[in-house]
Design a protein around this ligand. Structure first.
Ligand code: NAD
Ligand code: UD1
Length: 337
């Protein structure tokens, strides 16, 4: 039996493919390569010495998804495929709703037709909206401030409703905090197509001299150093969380919601300092205005994942910074395409 990974050529998907292959799973990957490169999967194969069966396939393409299901004995699906740029989702909401929601509906319909009813879904800490207290626990109220966030909330609801309609489904909703870092080999990592929106890829591009200066968005927040606090998590830890979630949906039926975070918050200035210390490189930065939409403090209570999935993050911020830089240094132009 194989695991179908949608969006498996992407940042988190490629690292999860490595973890799956290393633990003896067969992997079938579908990706339309809209935000990734085929090379990532070649590298996954180089790291593991194992094969990923790849289909260049859009999850909106139901006939193609059916073909994938027919040609492979799929046991469960890990569903990463989606668009993820918050700002772009505000400018192009229909693109996001169509790709993420309609795409997921197509996938679920085909899964249902083939009797594949186990799914692990990439949700996000963004579903906690502007929560008033931290750490964030899974039972806290949810809300969304962007079309991107809405798609995560809606898909969570669709999957909950699906389970209510048919108790044979088994659903894991994983709410990721801020994934950074890269595989320790330096062969796979995050490869943003344009100027990065997120902090760590921006820092690594400044370190590499590809961008002149990092703007620290806001230094007057009510935090110890005035900058926002986030729960950064190594992408390899996140990948391992998926294996545990997969075990859960293969064993039990139901809807399971888990935070995947470390439980520790770091400010933007903390991250810059950690990067400088870990890699012995100075980062040119300036304090700038706040970025609209940012929440002040966001970090997980990871206790539920520890208790129910037997998972916790193991890699610290220094390793995250070292691995992110190792990837950037070895691949100045990402995957080069
Ligand atoms: P990514 O863009 O690197 O990976 C997503 C992959 O999905 C890409 O390879 C892309 O080509 C593919 N894809 C998009 N639409 C598709 C479609 N219609 N059909 C087939 N393939 C399609 O992003 P990532 O950082 O690896 O994120 C993976 C998932 O995790 C996404 O759903 C994202 O929203 C979610 N997530 C990411 C973060 C983060 O900070 N990276 C945080 C929370 C949640
Ligand atoms: C962002 C998204 C969130 C998504 C997450 C992962 C927004 C408002 N939120 O989260 O929905 O789930 O990415 O993809 O876009 N920062 C700088 N300078 C920079 C870039 C970032 O100071 O050039 C700061 C930000 O203000 C923030 C922190 O670094 O305080 C982390 O930012 P980022 O990496 O973009 O992640 P989030 O904003 O947490």
């Amino acid at each position: 039996m194989a695991i179908l990974v949608t969006g498996g050529a992407g940042f988190i998907g490629s690292h999860t493919c490595v973890s799956l292959l290393e633990t003896g799973h067969e992997v079938v990957c579908v990706d339309n390569l809209s935000n990734s490169s085929r090379t990532a999967l070649d590298r996954v194969q180089a790291i593991t010495g194992k094969t990923v069966k790849f289909y260049e396939c859009d999850i909106l393409d139901k006939p193609m998804l059916s073909k994938v299901m027919r040609e492979n004995a799929i046991d469960a699906v890990i569903h990463f495929a989606g668009l993820k740029a918050v700002g772009e989702s505000v400018a192009l909401p229909l693109k996001y709703y169509h790709n993420n929601i309609t795409g997921t509906l197509c996938l679920l319909e085909v899964m249902g037709e083939f009797g594949v009813k186990k799914i692990v879904f990439s949700s996000s800490a963004t579903v906690y909206g502007k929560a008033e207290t931290v750490p964030l626990t899974e039972d806290m109220p949810t809300s969304a401030y962007s079309p991107y966030g809405q798609t995560k909330l809606m898909i969570e609801q669709i999957l909950k409703d699906l389970y209510v309609s048919d108790n044979e489904w088994s659903v894991s909703l994983l709410r990721y905090f801020n994934p950074i870092g890269a595989h320790q080999s330096g062969l796979i990592g995050e490869d943003p197509r344009d100027i990065p929106n997120n902090l760590m890829p921006y820092i690594t591009k400044v370190a590499a001299g590809k961008l002149a200066q990092l703007s620290v968005f806001g230094s007057d927040y009510p935090t110890p150093d005035g900058t926002c606090i986030r729960d950064y998590i190594h992408v390899a830890d996140l990948a391992e969380g998926h294996l545990k979630a997969l075990d859960k949906v293969r064993r039990e039926r139901g809807v399971f919601i888990h935070n995947l975070g470390t439980g520790t918050g770091y400010s933007v200035l903390d991250v810059i300092k950690a990067f400088e210390t870990a890699n012995d490189i100075k980062i040119n930065y300036r304090l700038a205005d706040r970025r609209p939409g940012d929440v002040t403090i966001c970090y997980a209570d990871p206790a539920k994942a520890k208790k129910e999935l037997d998972w916790e993050a193991k890699r610290d911020i220094v390793q995250m910074c070292r691995d992110a830089w190792n990837w950037q240094k070895n691949n100045p132009d990402g995957y080069g395409d």
